[in-house]
Design a protein around this ligand. Sequence first.
Ligand code: MGD
Ligand code: MGD
Ligand code: MO
Length: 752
Amino acid sequence: MPSKRSVPGVKPYNSAAGGWGALRATAIAVREQMELSEAPLLLYRTNKPAGFDCPGCAWPDKAHTSTFQFCENGAKAVTWEATKKRVTPEFFGRHTVAELLGWTDHDLEDEGRLTHPMAYDAASDTYQPVEWDEAFARIGAVLRALPSANAAEFYTSGRASNEAAFLYQLFAREYGTNNFPDCSNMCHEATSQGLPKSIGIGKGTVSLDDFDHCEMIIAIGHNPGTNHPRMMGTLHEVSRRGVPIIVFNPLKERALERFTDPQNPVEMASMGSTPIASSYYQVKVGGDAAALKGICKALLALNALDHGFIAEHTNGFAAFAADLAATGWAEIEAASGLGRAALESVAAAYAKSNATIVSYGMGVTQHSKGTATVQQIANLLLLRGNFGKPGAGICPLRGHSNVQGDRTVGINEKPGDALLEGIEKRFGFAPPRAHGHDAVAAMQAIVAGESKVLVALGGNLAVAMPDPEQCFAAMRKLDLAVHIATKLNRSHLLIGKESILLPCLGRTELDVQATGVQSITVEDSMTMVHASAGKLPPASEHLRSEPAIVAGMAKATLPGSKVDWAGLVADYDLIRNDIEAVFPDFKDYNERIRVPGGFRLPLPPTERVWKTDSGKAEFLVLAGVEIDPPVSAAAPFRLTTIRSHDQYNTTIYGLDDRYRGVFGRRDVVFMNRDDLAAQGLEHGDVVDIEAVLPQTARRLSGFTVIAYDIAAGSVAAYYPEANVLVPLDYFDAQSGTPSYKSVPVKISRAAA
Ligand SMILES: Nc1nc2c(c(=O)[nH]1)N[C@H]1C(S)=C(S)[C@@H](COP(=O)(O)OP(=O)(O)OC[C@H]3O[C@@H](n4cnc5c(=O)[nH]c(N)nc54)[C@H](O)[C@@H]3O)O[C@H]1N2
Ligand SMILES: Nc1nc2c(c(=O)[nH]1)N[C@H]1C(S)=C(S)[C@@H](COP(=O)(O)OP(=O)(O)OC[C@H]3O[C@@H](n4cnc5c(=O)[nH]c(N)nc54)[C@H](O)[C@@H]3O)O[C@H]1N2
Ligand SMILES: [Mo]
């Protein structure tokens, strides 16, 4: 949308996504972080059978044969880790923690890779080098002195391998707690909690092959051009097959409109592109459940159901249909922002498709009723039997590259009996049974002064969570924080009594242990488990692998441990044998990961087997259409928080958001042109954004409002800058996921 007023750093982007711009950005990422000579080989090894798994996203690759070199945001993730820049003890000697706290998130991480274990020294307000054994001994001493193991929190960010995550949960459970806050709690927990009740497993059911056979895709609330870049190749192929792709997204996202595949020589040479969405519905923020109910209601009216499937495989249809009958079109239209005719046309197209995939991301999960909304997607698919047949199924787009695997191997604050019994049988200790903390509960326990130690296997918890004011203050109340990390971030600088930074190997790096070179394994969004082995020399000789660091902490904490920590670290095959013993689904684990592409874990719904209480798939009713607290005259807009093209969660690679036409800045709020006019505002005005919720007042000042093609009544700003507007206790009660994408706000011209 062109505007007459020129706003610094805002310039409409008129091309297709991908294409030469993506190649140019890849080259810049390589140049800024690496020596050019190494980069081509490194990018070539990404997602190859003998190479390493891209830490950028969890989208699978066909037998790991992709020409990954062309994935712009994958290249950013890889080069950011494989950078030549270093954060050494000398760096920490030169900068106090107080000074570093004044740096931006981008500047902190851009200093490069951590090289040495460090411990905070209060007298000088600096991190000082420490020997590994001394660090482990200190961690062990503090953990052993805690009055209860439940006063410690063991956070996992989803880059950790299956091997690291398995050892980590084993350590925490032998120590005595199920406190496993996890990045998944901020992300796809609505999927993990919602889908088991619907279809018996909290994971997606499609495989890449299904995209070759589908007759329709409905894509809800995800931005693959930025966040699942390798999915663009798949969508490009599907679109060229003539398959309808129906998008629900409040913002016009360029990659969902049209895309030039850098791997397509003809498109590249001719400056051509392929349309992606066949229809693009700008649903209101938080309006997806209403839209889904509308499509289901229209489908019932068309009588285009798979009655045989419903009768044989499902429960609860009558109650579901009754609720739809009682839900009026007026309320559906008001909540979704979409007209009845539009939703009826989606239903008509859906009725014609014999195999439909619904994909979705954070636009669905990060709402007060995210779990129930995920279940509405399952309902829609069940109506036409879209499980257990080629080309059909549900496709949650996972976040971190191994977040799904971490959960599979035991990072779970509410462990089931099978897991607990499996551990007891294999290792001979009785793990705790009481449920532990998820991410919000962990932070609340730290705020309350009940939890005193935080161990973080990766991530940037305090910045990723809602409400930095509370979370930052909470971190400063800890007796001890331990951060296992590749790069420096703000969570490391929020220091209580003691803080220890343990630098680890990344995916790209060679991992050599006592028995030789090791590989790790990960599980992608489609439940494929495969090996990953880095080849680069480690960023520093002092780095240790994540499994080795976890084992080091465990040995120092648990003198009488039943686990042979040193033996497991010497040979990761032995860790995989233990995983297989605890989780029978990993049968022949070591043999099967030696096959290129790895293997698929069982997914019962693909065989129309439903591991629910009833043994059937369940239609689950979401009463009403509002999934979030309603907006009001006092707070007429609903704010969603999103990722720019140049960031990976809290890692800010750069300040551009190319496809949305924002350059060199992140202090903007996207708003519909009519809404701007109605507020008496103009494109480029400086505004204050105020969250209006029963909790304390929150304000973000000095943001620039820009006119954007976004649904009326919806506004968007970047995460993590906008996290100050999200209260810590504002979350989906069923899954604990913060409602990051649903803050009622008012927007007013900034006071002069
Ligand atoms: N390059 C890169 N890759 C990443 C990440 C990254 O930060 N950078 N993060 C990784 C992680 S951990 C995750 S979880 C995923 C995140 O991947 P996505 O789910 O794609 O992430 P978001 O940017 O949070 O939001 C996605 C989309 O939801 C839309 N949206 C917002 N609110 C709503 C709503 O109420 N309804 C609907 N229908 N849509 C809405 C936004 O306009 C945006 O297009 O990506 C992973 N991959
Ligand atoms: N407002 C708002 N907030 C959100 C979201 C949102 O959409 N809106 N999204 C949420 C989501 S989906 C997620 S997943 C969370 C993300 O939360 P986290 O996973 O906690 O955050 P990241 O930014 O991915 O973590 C970055 C840090 O991980 C470390 N790191 C990188 N690679 C490795 C590695 O290989 N090993 C180890 N040990 N450390 C490594 C680096 O030190 C880096 O600084 O944020 C959530 N917060
Ligand atoms: Mo995520």
